[in-house]
Write a protein that binds this ligand. Sequence first.
Ligand code: NAD
Ligand code: TDX
Length: 332
Amino acid sequence: MARLLVTGGAGFIGSNFVHHVVSQTDHTVTVLDKLTYAGNRDSLAGLPEDRVRLVVGSIADADLVDALFAETDAVVHYAAESHNDNSLNDPRPFLDTNIIGTYTLLEAARRHGTRFHHISTDEVYGDLDLDDPARFTESTPYNPSSPYSSTKAGSDLLVRAWVRSFGVRATISNCSNNYGPYQHVEKFIPRQITNVLRGVRPKVYGTGENVRDWIHADDHSSAVLTILERGEIGQTYLIGADGEESNRRVVETILELMGEPPDAYDLVADRAGHDLRYAIDATRLRRELGWRPRFQDFRAGLADTIAWYRDNEAWWAHAKDGVEAFYASKGQ
Ligand code: NAD
Ligand code: TDX
């Protein structure tokens, strides 16, 4: 049994990780989450109170972070400003949380000698051409495109420097696009599912040919737990489940699964600097740590996700109008 500190544990992937830890281990979890617009305490509802505790606060609050590290065996760091479109609108919170917040945690890890796992994204590697046979590996050079991905790249580099310069016991993982329950309606898949539930046509940026490499959030969680338990200190592991799909195909599948004509969507204004394609080669994680994804059938995973949003309107309804007003102001 270990005492875990999970930053950003009231967000999408962090809350999926907390559910996974509770069901698969006997660890206790303290969630440190600022409950920004993206955090939701309801994502932790129903978890046992003797194993999961929510502390509302910022990862950039050095005193609070120090006190929590003093009672923690290992930290899994999910907290971030996570949405590319928001980072194009107002980059500042991305610097404050993703860079200064990560720095604050690393300094505490250094003082307390705490095992630290840093959650990052494949977007740090930039993008690939649609017909490029290459996929990202752990040695692909960093080339981020957006304010969001550049701050994630910066935070990864801080972790690497704190490992080498100060001996912090850290690992890093860079994962592809996640889908599943508890994802904010600002993101692509929940936005389109909730649009269809509201009788609104899905909105696809540009030509819709952009490709993302989808993984179920629960598979991301099992990979992170594997790295936390057996990963080599100082190493980076890419996490992906061979799930490349164009945005068009994703929307067509959602429409089909929801009983609508597959062409009942609109092409809207493109995202500035929109990355074309991401693709992950997760060979290291599979070979060295023996990890395997459980959700191999994207269509079935999407059907489960649609059912979750249909059954949990109270979880997302309060955020929907504000998100759509933001997109409408940009012609999206
Ligand atoms: P999210 O936006 O759903 O959740 C982020 C959480 O962090 C929220 O609960 C928010 O309240 C909290 N937070 C924000 N600023 C904070 C601060 N200063 N202090 C404490 N808590 C704060 O994001 P997500 O999609 O769950 O992403 C989680 C992590 O996974 C991020 O680091 C992201 O870069 C990474 N990631 C996401 C994806 C994806 O597909 N969503 C893929 C790869 C990696
Ligand atoms: O309405 C939309 N229409 C659309 O076509 C939205 C919201 C998005 N898109 C496109 C943009 C992307 O090509 O869909 C794709 C996915 O968009 P997002 O859900 O915004 O994700 P992305 O920008 O790919 O980044 C996600 O994966 C990597 C997460 O938000 C990041 O946190 C993670 O690092």
